[in-house]
Design a protein around this ligand. Structure first.
Ligand SMILES: [Zn+2]
Length: 63
């Protein structure tokens, strides 16, 4: 998933460049005010961001 972080100081929203595959917390620097933002990704976040790949397969009624 890709996290979008909203800066608490200036409200600037920015996407986190690194892909996140597991629950973790890390820091990013706000591009607007250069404040340090703590990002915490929980398992719940991962689930809501990337739903399980249950691609609907539509059967093609061949003849
Ligand atoms: Zn900021």
């Amino acid at each position: 998933m890709r996290a979008v972080v909203t800066c608490e100081s200036c409200g600037h929203r920015q996407a986190v460049a690194r892909p996140i595959a597991a629950p973790e917390s890390f820091f990013v620097i706000c591009h607007e005010c250069e404040g340090v933002l703590r990002v915490e990704v929980t398992e719940q976040d991962l689930r809501t961001a990337s739903p399980p790949a249950t691609a609907r397969r539509e059967r093609n009624p061949a003849a």
